[in-house]
Design a protein. Structure first.
Length: 111
């Protein structure tokens, strides 16, 4: 690059820097925090099996709800909203649900 081109480019950079200096800083827009039950419902749309257990959620589910307590609480919310039906498990400490399939493109927990 020639010296005159470097100076010319440098002037433009300084011009933009000067213009940006007078502007207020841009606010970072944070995406809204998703409810753990909504995350589980979104993930269940890709789950191909007719039933789901806490073990399945723990191993394959969304990272934020892979602990037992969050998985059970999220699943209970989905039971209350009609997205899951509780099933009798073969063990006392196991939870299992039948997945209710509804023909909704972007399902919400409340629908």
């Amino acid at each position: 690059m020639k010296r005159s081109q470097q100076q010319h480019t440098g002037r433009h950079m300084n011009l933009f820097e000067r213009l940006a200096r007078g502007r207020p800083a841009e606010e970072r827009i944070k995406p809204p925090h998703k409810d753990p039950a909504q995350k589980l419902l979104d993930w269940l749309q890709h789950w191909t099996k007719p039933t789901i257990s806490t073990r399945d959620i723990h191993i394959y589910g969304p990272n934020s709800i892979r602990d037992r307590e969050s998985a059970i609480n999220s699943a209970q919310t989905l039971v209350d909203c009609g997205w899951l039906i509780p099933l009798k498990a073969h063990r006392r400490d196991m939870h299992k649900w039948q997945v209710v399939r509804k023909t909704i493109v972007h399902p919400n927990v409340a629908t």
